[in-house]
Ligand binder design. Structure first.
Ligand code: UDX
Length: 443
């Protein structure tokens, strides 16, 4: 089936390559000629595990063509829209890229082609696009939201948990039904607004799980309970499920923060107070202040204190720093006069544009830990979890404070090595082993 993907970011580039390897003729279109050049050479313009291999398979299959809009003569079949829908300052969604991409598609798509909206757009958007820019265009429209996680986009595309198709005319649904016919997952067919609402509700619910466990964690800290064990006790109930119950510094990224705020904005626009969502946002914002509160308990003042941050990306397996907790934590520490250094295996280049030059950044944790008095684990990269913490104890200096922002470290081991360990909801106060031999060995 002929198809095109307009917008080659995390979602668009993965799906264009995947569809091509599945035997479809795919035209990938993006306004960024450098991105088109990189992709044409089989190189990934973004950090997504397994994507480069998929792209090279797609190119060698001969099914994937890549072009900037000016090189495209016509479009037919299914035209997937996967352009960015960034947040607006007021909390709504900026649909300008969708509008301009649709304007271009309308100018060259053949009558009867189906526009399939992959970009996350507020519920009701499909209806307004059909009544506006697409009216009288002879083009069909369907909502077809994606549920890809950054860092797992290839896996999530190849093994979706469900396919959602939203169309207000049967013809608009048919083309997508055929495309996904052989996918081994439930196919949910509904109207456009309901399909759009499924996407927002999914992200809002996952964010709610995270803020819920983070509030339980705060209570655990006060009561001396361990949130990791509480989460295991919750997750073993199939009605609750074990995922998205990891307490810590909360969610970041280009999706949860934007989608949750947009749902709150949409509710207000429609005269409804979605209190739960507001609480989810407020709790999440407070989580990234936890390291500072813990540091204030250990240090009279943070002025001149050398603090190392482990992790800049908003989560492991990505170089994306959008809404990453690390960026706010660095800002809070600098405001208190701390001397900050940060390490991340892949996100340093992306973070540089948001972090003041006074902050030394490196890919290696050991480099930033040298002489540090405190360390904050912000992103649970495997490299950081597997650090030789006995060696870290020797290169850090008193009081060797560790704030484990993702409960990814072994608190008891670290305390036995003489660190002052604090997790999130671990019920462990930041005591350390009183073993004099250990303390002597640290000098
Ligand atoms: C999310 C949705 O999972 C995906 O379906 C949607 O298409 C896009 O948004 P993504 O933003 O890539 O994907 O990240 P995800 O893996 O969902 O994690 C989101 C954030 O939640 C990260 O900052 C992560 O650190 C945090 N998180 C996740 C927690 O704090 N606790 C958890 O238990 C899980």
């Amino acid at each position: 089936m002929e198809m095109a993907v307009v917008g080659l970011g995390h979602v668009g580039s993965v799906m264009a390559a995947a569809l091509a390897t599945q035997g479809h003729g795919v035209l990938g279109v993006d306004v960024d000629s450098q991105k088109i050049e990189l992709l044409s050479q089989g190189r990934a313009p973004l950090h997504e595990p397994d994507f480069e291999a998929l792209l090279q398979d797609a190119l060698s299959s001969g099914n994937l063509r890549l072009a900037i809009p000016g090189e495209v003569k016509g479009l037919g079949g299914i035209v997937f829209m996967a352009v960015s829908t960034p947040p607006s300052p007021d909390g709504g969604i900026d649909l300008s890229q969708v509008q301009s991409a649709l304007h271009w598609v309308r100018s060259i798509a053949r009558t009867g082609a189906t526009i399939a909206m992959k970009s996350t757009v507020p519920p009701g958007t499909g209806r307004s696009l059909m009544a506006g820019p697409l009216k009288g265009s002879g083009l069909l429209y369907a909502a077809n939201p994606e549920f890809l996680r950054e860092g797992k986009a290839v896996e999530d595309w190849l093994q979706p948990h469900r396919v959602v198709i939203g169309g207000d005319e049967p013809a608009a649904i048919e083309a997508l039904r055929q495309l996904y016919a052989r996918v081994d997952a439930p196919i949910i067919v509904t109207d456009t607004t309901t399909a759009e609402m499924i996407k927002y509700s999914a992200n809002a619910f996952l964010a709610t799980k995270i803020s819920f466990i983070n509030q339980i964690a705060s209570l655990c800290d006060r009561l001396g309970a361990d949130v990791e064990t509480v989460a295991r006790g919750l997750g073993t109930d199939p009605r609750i499920g074990s995922q998205f119950l990891s307490a810590g510094l909360g969610y970041g990224g280009s999706c949860f923060p934007k989608d949750v705020r947009a749902l709150d904005f949409l509710s207000k626009e429609n005269g409804y107070a979605f209190e739960l969502i507001r609480a989810v946002v407020d709790v999440n914002n407070r989580q990234r202040q936890l390291p500072l509160a813990a540091l204030r308990k250990e240090f009279e003042s943070l002025s001149g204190v050398r603090v190392a941050l482990l992790g800049l990306a908003f989560k492991p397996n990505t170089d994306d720093v959008r809404e990453a907790p690390a960026l706010d934590i660095i800002e809070y520490l600098l405001e208190e006069g701390a001397e900050v250094r940060a390490a991340d295996p892949v996100a340093v280049d992306h973070a540089r544009q948001f972090v003041p030059d006074s902050v030394t950044m490196a890919r290696s944790a050991m480099e930033v830990l040298e002489d540090a008095q405190a360390v904050i684990l912000v992103t649970e990269w495997p490299q950081f979890k597997e650090l030789p913490w006995d060696r870290v104890a020797r290169i850090m200096v008193e009081p060797r404070f560790v704030f484990d922002g993702r409960n990814a470290l072994d608190g008891r081991l670290l305390r036995s090595l003489g660190f002052l360990y604090r997790g999130v909801g671990r019920g462990l106060t930041s005591e350390r082993a009183t073993d004099a031999a250990v303390l002597r060995s640290l000098g």
